[in-house]
Structures are given as C-alpha cells and as structure tokens.
Design a protein around this ligand. Structure first.
Ligand code: RP5
Length: 165
C-alpha cells in the first residue's frame, strides 16, 4: 500500500484542507486524513505517524495554524518528506503559522507551501510530484494536467486579449 497522510491540527482546518484531499482524489491517489494536534494530542500524533509510516505512508502533509508545530513534530518522527501548510486565522492571518512551519532547524526539513487554500492545493500537487518520481502513470497524469492548464490560459486570454502587430 502506498498513500499520502494528511494531518490537521484541528477540525477547523478541514474547510481549507478539503481542497488537498479533493486534489489527490482527482488524480486517484490514496490518502488518509486525520485531526491530530502537536499540542493537544501529542501521543496520538506520535502513534499515528509511526503506524502510518509502517502501513505505507510515503509523504506527510500537515496543516496547522497559529503556533503551528504539527509539521515540525511530524518531521521529527519520520524521514519521509513532510509538507507543511500554514493555516490562516489568529491575529496574524497565517503569518505566524507560516514562520512557525518554515523555520525548521538545519537537517530537519519541512517543505512549506503558501498560507491557506493555494497551499492546500499545492501540498497535494507537491506530494504527487514526489510519488511520481517512481510512478510513471501518475507522472503522465501530472504532465497532462500541466498541458490542460496551459491551454486554459490561452482560452482565457483569447476572448479578451489585445495584441498589436
Ligand atoms: C492550530 O490552531 C490548528 O491547526 C488550527 O489552525 C488553530 C486553531 O485551532 P482551533 O482552536 O480552531 O481548534 O493548532
């Protein structure tokens, strides 16, 4: 079994992280999704990561807001790639979570994506790009997705563009 593990620090993160799950589903990539907090349920977080890795988790995606330590804690428990998604909320609109997630000490990386929904979607894409290193079928799907994105730019432009000769 090969899958992506999505952890969220709170159920309140789900509204944004649903986008991550939906993106993985669109590409037929298996995932698990749980709420587990670095602060409120440290034992559950520890047990989940160890068990998920043993079952076949290849990449961990961790979403948390405010003093966002979830991705860092997960990174301390596994050598699988960990992607951190900083959540908006709190008085600093996600800047607190961004800095907390990204500022890991040397040798303990968390690949950190953008705050909020773009980050949620990109965490799924980045996880799939990692899986696609040795999965040709998934790699082909990601290439096709890029082609469709480029075509959409042309289509979007065609109705409104102004080009001088
Ligand atoms: C973080 O604190 C969670 O990831 C969430 O983004 C934020 C607020 O959590 P709740 O108070 O809504 O549960 O740990």
């Amino acid at each position: 079994m090969k899958f992506v593990s999505i952890l969220m620090g709170s159920k309140s993160d789900y509204g944004v992280m649903e986008e991550c799950a939906k993106t993985l589903e669109k590409f037929g990539v298996m995932y698990e999704l749980i709420v587990s907090s670095a602060h409120r349920s440290p034992d559950r977080t520890h047990a989940y990561v160890k068990n998920a890795e043993a079952k076949g988790a290849k990449v961990f995606i961790c979403a948390a807001g405010m003093a966002a330590h979830l991705a860092g804690v997960v990174a301390s428990l596994t050598t699988k790639p960990v992607i951190g998604v900083p959540m908006k909320g709190g008085v600093m609109e996600g800047m607190d979570a961004l800095l907390s997630t990204v500022q890991m000490p040397g040798g303990m990386p968390v690949g950190t994506v953008a705050i909020g929904s773009a980050g949620a979607m990109n965490s799924a894409y980045l996880a799939m790009q990692i899986l696609a290193i040795d999965d040709e079928e998934l790699a082909a799907k990601l290439k096709e997705d890029r082609i469709l994105k480029a075509k959409k730019v042309e289509t979007d432009s065609s109705g409104i563009e102004v080009i001088l000769s």
